[in-house]
Design a protein around this ligand. Structure first.
Ligand code: GRG
Length: 298
């Protein structure tokens, strides 16, 4: 698998992630059927799986067994799917389209969507508690704690709270960065560190480098997301384009202009690559993923 080119590797890993998620999610014919159907609807059959790809690419740096990485990659994708379900609800971003199909609350109603998000989140932690992802039980507990803090009030949920509070406000670039380090960046960073920690060959210097890469790539992801929100269209994105400007949300484009945001993305890409250099060829999928994040069209 290491010999194939990047698009082939990405396709293989996306299919692998889809299969792992399909296995881990409750079957739709098991009670309560509608809740399980909503969980599967929100998680399967869409999404780039960037976080799972990053986990596998980081696992390659520490010679992690792909079966173990599947577990952390699935857990992170379940948290991501839950965040999208809740983010799309009328009490938050109030959107009707996600991954090219009606959002979960449009399809199943608000109460079921809320519960599906809740259940996706708890399933993520159940996976990490029930499946061995590290030789050392203390390390495994630390990995569970890492995912919890990346998802909670000091991570993604906290970033979302800052985001909701910043609508219609003028904020400085540093405040925007702080918001995105939490809202989008924390889970991306966790995916990378968790993937690496599945491996047997984990050195602190390696983890520090990967974490630094994750922080920069998380920001990069958001800068590109802001550019796409303005530049792309709803059909390509699979979600409503132009949402941020319409909602009067501060973005990298609103603060820096389009060319400033593009320049920032180029700078962040260059900075993100640098901590990978001493990790050599085993880090090449991470490097390729950083480029993919910049070049992506949706
Ligand atoms: C509700 C607790 C809670 C948090 C929501 C992540 C998030 C916080 C909201 C999503 C809103 C949003 C559009 C954020 C911009 C960055 C982002 C996470 C985009 C969607 O991620 P992709 O592009 O989606 O990886 P796919 O569909 O490819 O998985």
């Amino acid at each position: 698998m290491n010999d194939v080119d990047f698009p082939a590797w990405m396709g293989q890993m996306q299919r692998r992630t889809e299969a792992a998620l399909a296995r881990h999610l409750p079957r739709a014919d098991v009670l309560p059927e509608q809740l399980h159907e909503a969980m599967r609807y929100a998680t399967l059959g869409g999404g780039k799986r960037v976080r799972a790809l990053l986990a596998h690419a980081a696992g390659a740096v520490t010679d992690a067994a792909p079966d173990r990485v599947d577990v952390v990659a699935s857990a992170v994708e379940l948290i991501h799917a839950y965040s999208l379900v809740h983010d799309d609800m009328p009490c938050m971003d109030n959107d009707v389209l996600r991954r090219g199909k009606p959002t979960a609350h449009v399809r199943f109603g608000e109460a079921t969507a809320l519960l599906a998000g809740d259940a996706l989140q708890t399933l993520a932690f159940q996976l990490l508690a029930e499946n061995r992802v590290s030789e050392n039980p203390h390390d495994q507990l630390a990995m569970i704690a890492l995912l919890a803090s990346a998802s909670g009030s000091r991570g993604m949920a906290g970033g979302q709270a800052i985001d909701l509070a910043s609508v219609g406000c003028q904020i400085a670039l540093e405040a925007l960065e702080l918001m995105h380090i939490h809202k989008t960046g924390a889970l991306i960073r966790a995916a990378i560190v968790l993937g690496a920690r599945c491996g047997g060959r984990v050195e602190q210097d390696m983890l520090t480098r990967l974490d630094h890469f994750g922080k920069l790539v998380g920001l990069l992801f958001q800068v590109v997301d802001d550019i796409l929100d303005l530049q792309s269209d709803t059909a390509t994105l699979g979600k409503t384009a132009g949402k941020d400007a319409n909602a009067d949300k501060p973005t990298y484009v609103s603060l820096l202009g389009l060319s400033g945001a593009r320049q920032l993305a180029a700078d962040l890409l260059e900075q993100a690559r640098s901590p990978l250099i001493p990790l050599g060829r085993q880090a090449r999928r991470l490097d390729e993923l950083a480029s993919f994040i910049v070049a992506r069209k949706y």
